[in-house]
Design a protein around this ligand. Structure first.
Ligand code: BDR
Ligand code: CA
Length: 301
């Protein structure tokens, strides 16, 4: 049986590749895509999401526009490459009219909720809003698999990873909600870089989604953005085949106040604090299988 998932994206080149993988891999049923601010203002992340779904043969997937700003702070400017409109045709697809947070409440309170994994690959504002609207949601979401955080070094600042620092208050709500979480952070994504040889194999699959993904990876690499690190696709691959990820249960708290450390995912790596772990933190990934999963998914129509 296919595993049902809802993606929550801030598209963004790597979110686009993750969406194509989630929409085409035979192990998954992509139920819906929620969209948030993050890499760019919501108008751009929404436009990019619609572009990639339509060009990638996934027009059937409903798209819910969500938060256009963080819960408390001002939006971050994001990176110029990730802010760009993707080089795909302008979409004719229309988004749903319901706000993503309200959709998450309705969906997870419905019969399908408890069998659907939630996978945010952007700031976690939509789920934080939904949890405030309907706290019972915490018991209805079976697991969150998220590209977020870093237990060692950040990328947006030396302390913090982008998706968390883009809305730390939201991440604090989500990480403390009691929902099982798998954190696919920078220590994992850095081990799963895609090489030019992998991109050539992807292109040779010759499906629309494989061609689009290869073009996007070339586009962001040429612009000097990620050196082959396709962050968000790692979270989707870990959801398709959980054993590719090595995890360690840790207590993870979100730093909100530090002048230099705001947005840090503070992880009790050795368990010294003797606090109940709340996150399965990714510490390793089988890169070979990651690439094969990408090819399996993007090579399917
Ligand atoms: C994360 O930040 C965003 O720029 C990417 O899309 C990814 O989700 C990596 O830190
Ligand atoms: Ca993202």
């Amino acid at each position: 049986m296919k595993r049902k998932i809802i993606l929550d994206v801030d598209t963004g080149g790597d979110d686009a590749v993750a969406t194509l993988l989630a929409g085409h891999h035979p192990a998954l049923e992509l139920v819906a895509v929620a969209v948030t601010h993050g890499n760019a203002p919501l108008t751009i992340t929404l436009d990019n999401t619609l572009r990639v779904l339509e060009a990638g043969g996934l027009s059937r997937v409903p798209v819910y526009p969500g938060a256009d700003r963080p819960l408390v702070a001002d939006p971050l400017p994001g990176d110029a490459v990730q802010r760009a409109i993707l080089p795909l045709p302008a979409p004719t697809l229309a988004p749903q009219t319901q706000h993503a947070a309200l959709f998450l409440v309705d969906y997870y309170m419905s019969l399908d909720g408890p069998s659907t994994i939630y996978a945010p690959t952007g700031p976690q504002t939509n789920l934080a809003l939904a949890l405030r609207l309907e706290p019972r949601l915490a018991a209805r979401i079976p697991r969150i698999v998220t590209m977020a955080g870093a237990y060692l070094e950040g990328n947006c600042t030396p302390s913090a990873e982008f998706n968390v620092v883009a809305d730390p208050e939201a991440a604090r709500v989500v990480f403390n909600a009691g929902i099982p979480i798998t954190m696919v952070g920078l220590e994992v994504t850095g081990q799963a870089r895609i090489t030019p040889h992998d991109v050539a194999r992807m292109r040779a699959c010759n499906t629309p989604s494989a061609r689009i993904a290869a073009d996007i990876i070339d586009f962001i690499n040429t612009a000097g953005w990620s050196a082959g690190e396709i962050y968000d696709a790692c979270a989707v691959a870990a959801l398709i085949e959980p054993p590719i990820l090595t995890t360690k249960a840790m207590r993870v708290d979100i730093e909100l106040r530090g002048e230099l450390t705001r947005g840090r995912t503070v992880a009790d790596i050795s368990g010294r604090q003797k606090k109940e772990p709340n996150v399965d933190v990714g510490v390793g990934i089988n890169r070979g299988r990651f690439i094969e999963i990408m090819l399996e998914g993007l090579g399917s129509v």
